[in-house]
Design a protein around this ligand. Structure first.
Ligand SMILES: Nc1ncnc2c1ncn2[C@@H]1O[C@H](COP(=O)(O)OP(=O)(O)OP(=O)(O)O)[C@@H](O)[C@H]1O
Ligand SMILES: Cc1cn([C@H]2C[C@H](O)[C@@H](COP(=O)(O)O)O2)c(=O)[nH]c1=O
Length: 203
């Protein structure tokens, strides 16, 4: 079963992911951008480049995703592992959808749908996506505003895109209030995860 953690920068995904890793030692824990491939390295270079071309950046992230799928995710799912990924394709739909919407020179009717369509032929949809919901101002403050994505104004449009994704796929997403204390967030995430695992065991 593939479970993904999504949310704005600073929403607490990595904090939760690290705690879950201790609770589920048998599971496969992974992340995007990847931190063990040259594709991931290229993505991190692009994150630090304020002038990166938006379309080139989308395809760097997507290349990293394709490699992540074939190298990590699909083999783990074939072994029937529980797979927990800190960010996955919804990050691209929300973030690169927002970046392309703000960019000049692209004639895209709906940038979010464009990014979804790029993934459709090859990607694997998560079984459950836990969305850590946080306002953009708190998210930017927690994240430290260290790169171009960690700015409240940009994160507001990313959050709008996440809302669209939740609306179009309510059965896949579980919303967790990320303004709560770290312990309360972890509790809600654990409840959602346990129920997803129980459902998948009984089906
Ligand atoms: N529920 C919480 N309440 C307050 N602070 C939190 C909470 N969860 C995490 N933090 C703090 O917020 C900061 C960002 O947390 P974390 O790295 O887990 O977020 P993230 O969603 O993984 O961010 P990014 O996407 O930027 O990597 C850290 O300093 C962390 O200690
Ligand atoms: C996977 C992915 C990530 N991003 C952005 C979101 C963050 O600002 C950075 C790095 O992610 P991290 O969780 O903070 O390490 O990249 C993105 O724009 N699109 C994506 O697909």
């Amino acid at each position: 079963m593939l479970v993904t953690l999504e949310g704005l920068d600073g929403s607490g995904k990595t904090t939760v992911w690290e705690a879950l890793r201790e609770r589920y030692p048998e599971a496969t824990f992974t992340r995007e951008p990847t931190d063990d491939s040259w594709y991931g390295e290229a993505v991190y270079r692009s994150i630090e480049d304020d002038d990166a071309d938006p379309l080139a950046e989308l395809f760097l992230y997507t290349a990293d995703h394709a490699d992540h799928l074939s190298r990590v995710i699909e083999p783990a799912l074939e072994r029937d592992d529980l797979v927990v990924s800190d960010r996955y394709s919804d990050s691209r739909f929300a973030y690169q959808g927002a970046t392309l919407a703000a960019a000049e020179g692209y004639d895209l009717a709906d940038p979010l749908e464009y990014v979804v369509d790029v993934h459709r032929p090859f990607s694997v949809e998560p079984d459950v996506t836990i969305y850590l919901d946080l306002d953009p101002e708190t998210a930017a403050t927690r994240a430290g505003t260290t790169n171009k994505f960690e700015r409240a104004e940009y994160l507001a449009s990313v959050r709008d895109n996440y809302e669209r994704l939740l609306e179009r796929d309510p059965d896949r997403f579980v919303r967790v209030d990320a303004t709560q204390s770290p312990d309360a967030v972890l509790e809600d995430v654990s409840t959602a995860l346990e129920s997803a695992v129980a459902d998948s065991d009984s089906s």
